[in-house]
Design a protein around this ligand. Sequence first.
Ligand code: UDP
Length: 463
Amino acid sequence: MENVRESHRQQRKGCTLLLFPLPLQGHINPMLWLANILYSKGFSIIIIHTKFNSPNPSKYPHFTFHSIPDGLLEGEASTADVVDLVTLLNVKCIRSFRDSLVKLLLEVKEEPIACLITDADWYFTQAVADSLKLPRLVLRTSNISFFLVFGALPLLLEKGYIPIKDSQLEEPVVELPPLKVKDLPEIKTRNVEDFYHLVAGLVNESKASSGLIWNSFEDLERDALSKLYQDFPIPIFTIGPFYKYFSGTSSSSLTEDQSCISWLDKKAPNSVIYVSFGSIAEINEAEFLEIAWGLANSNQPFLWVVRPRLVRGSEWIEPLPDGFQERLGGIGHIVKWAPQKEVQAHPAIGGFWTHNGWNSTLESICEGVPMICHPISGDQKVNARYVTDIWRIGLHLEKKLERGEIERAVKRLIVEADGQEMRKRIMSLKEKVEICLKQGGSSYDSLERLTDYILLLQPLRSH
Ligand code: UDP
């Protein structure tokens, strides 16, 4: 068996894969992790990327980077309207992406290109790949359960769940348990039709692809996976969590403040609440102040990531009252960006207050850290519902942010018996993560199937 594996590995040497991440932090990270996983399996990697939010090539000397113009104007690149941005990118990149693909297919002669792997959000790439007879695999960076919600969008519209009505927020979506109407994705965007169009493109072009890759694992999403097999009759590979394949690799394009670690070193085990709302979410000034006072009043140590411009209308933490940080007496540490992987793995961390982006949620599961869920948009509300109602590894801040509620939630998670139960359950999921990645585990086997499958695509390409 080992000999067969070695011969496959040799065969993979000299076989190139083209990867095209969507230029948003929560999408770049998983694609670069996937690139590292496939590189470790012997493939050569070319990363095609936009000029906007380009990854830092110096962190990946083993990959070739190929930049394409994205045509974004200054205002377009800095918009907070993600649907607008992704829609624009899917239009503006068609030409430059096609040109670069044609060039690469001509240039990369000694190392045949087996396939293209793009983020599912790059839905225009399926037509380009088809026209060049290049198989396209899709990486979907959300979880499977949320993708099924996107897949059900026509039904949700037909049954009147969407557009969401205030009078129905607490009602169950009977076709998609355990979701409530308020969990459905309703993205604030200039033109809601653009959102529907984006979702349809993403779902249909994923279905038309040569296979779907997931940063998730079987034991976590068994029911959703069975449904996916029914609705998407294409090869499916659940090889996650990507984040666990390598120790110490960070794909963050932002500067990580390492002072977090020495600060955490001085705190007791399981005592600190880590607070971060990811790379895109925004809050208003009133919410920011409720969070600050809620954390301070909880009297539990907290490590808080306040990204520049997290607070709408502010550069950083200016809305805090004068002397706020000094008065904390060392229980609070505020940074602009944290080395999240190291932070989550630190023994002092007892809980994670998160917006439930999929990467953050999965990273928390990998490290066995129970959560306070404060979803803001996109897939986050669905992720939070699964965290609290299905996996029961976190508690939900469902109402308006209010300092008293926050204080109670922090204490409940870090100190009370309730939180201990959640910690036990998430520790058992953490063990499942470790098992699925070992030889004979579900993600391990799925990755073997994926690498064999890519080798089958290569001969198709050379004819
Ligand atoms: N992250 C980080 N440092 C921080 C905050 C976030 O490295 O201070 C990383 C985090 O580990 C995750 C990603 O940024 O991998 C955020 O992705 P997620 O899907 O959670 O949220 P998004 O940013 O897409 O809303």
